[in-house]
Design a binder for this molecule. Structure first.
Ligand code: I3S
Length: 126
């Protein structure tokens, strides 16, 4: 695949269960609630599904949509002060929402950190 933006946004770069917590919604602090989430990285966004089966259902049924996070203008940084957990990456969107993603495996979260960084960087050059 390749070519137009519409087609590119369908390319899945990564998909895996990660622990996710939303800590701010448009600048408004949220109560932290870690949940295991099926996270999909596409070329311009992150999709959060309750479980991997929901991703399959979404492709079949209209009306079954995941939570989406636009990565254009977002920042992706390691954080050690937003959680006592290890291996935590913070994503801050251009609209001021903040998410934490965490995995017990360092190599897993490194792969996500690097892929999201690359995504944000490549979007900034379009
Ligand atoms: O940043 P916080 O408030 O210390 O985050 C902890 C809370 O979300 C806590 O829930 P309660 O607010 O119900 O106590 C969670 O159980 C903890 O896991 C959170 O801290 P960590 O360090 O795990 O992100």
């Amino acid at each position: 695949i390749g070519g137009s933006g519409a087609v590119e946004s369908l390319v899945v770069l990564n998909s895996e269960y990660l622990n996710k917590a939303k800590i701010s919604d448009g600048g408004k602090k949220q109560r932290k609630n870690w949940t295991s989430t099926w996270v999909v990285l596409e070329t311009d966004k992150l999709l959060f599904y309750k479980e991997s089966k929901q991703e399959a259902l979404t492709n079949l049924k209209s009306g079954c949509r995941p939570d989406e996070v636009e990565l254009y203008g977002a920042t992706v940084e390691w954080t050690t002060d937003k959680s006592r957990r290890k291996n935590v990456v913070q994503i801050t969107t251009s609209s001021g929402s903040e998410f934490l993603l965490q995995a017990d495996s360092y190599s897993t979260i490194c792969k996500w950190h690097d892929a999201m960084k690359r995504t944000v960087h490549s979007l900034s050059k379009n």
